[in-house]
Ligand binder design. Sequence first.
Ligand code: ADE
Length: 241
Amino acid sequence: MRIDIVTIFPEALAPLEVSILGRARARGLVEISVVDLRDFTSDRHRQVDDLAYGGGAGMVMKPEPFFAAVEALTPQEGPRPRVLLTSPQGRRFDQRAAEELSREPHLIVLCGRYEGVDERVVEGLGVEEFSIGDYVLTGGELAAMVIVDATARLIPGVVGDAASVVAESFATGLLDYPHYTRPAEFRGLRVPEVLLSGHHEAIRRWRRREQLRRTLARRPDLLCWDALGEEDRALLRDDDA
Ligand code: ADE
């Protein structure tokens, strides 16, 4: 998969160099390039923003550099890349969106800044706006990193253990169960006995019940009652007992 990130602050994307994504890039599983929007300006001052038509505070990002960047990054042949723009006005980015994007061969992520981006960027380039949550960041770079991280880690091979990607929170529609490692007792706090029992079926049931309980207690909005099977209902019922 290829991901191009277009920004006026290329150095802000440095965290993508390290850790799991850094390794994935080094191993050629995902090709991420950070592109400086100012390289696509044509004036002496490399200006990327201007005053808002209609007045009001703040600057608006100009359309021309975005068009030039997307056109330069779009291959002459083959499928058109999917072009995203980080924006609080966008579709909410969630695990389903990450799964959808991870199947694309080529993404271009445009980082918004200042008071906004000229609307013709969205209309004229067929851009999809994505928001990472209902709060306002100073710029789209952090949002772009969130989107790229959550998307790239779903590409086969990026995360070492494929089972951990399948089983984790949200992939299953439920929050994750609690995890423990050695020692079995720490400052008087004991690991639940069932996890030490070696009884795989009992452990599976305990974990599933913890997932259901946590989701019900913390994020009831995620629980899809109609989709719960007979075992899940029984585990929740036992929990009342
Ligand atoms: N830019 C500023 N705030 C944002 C948000 N919540 N999501 C995506 N891009 C943003």
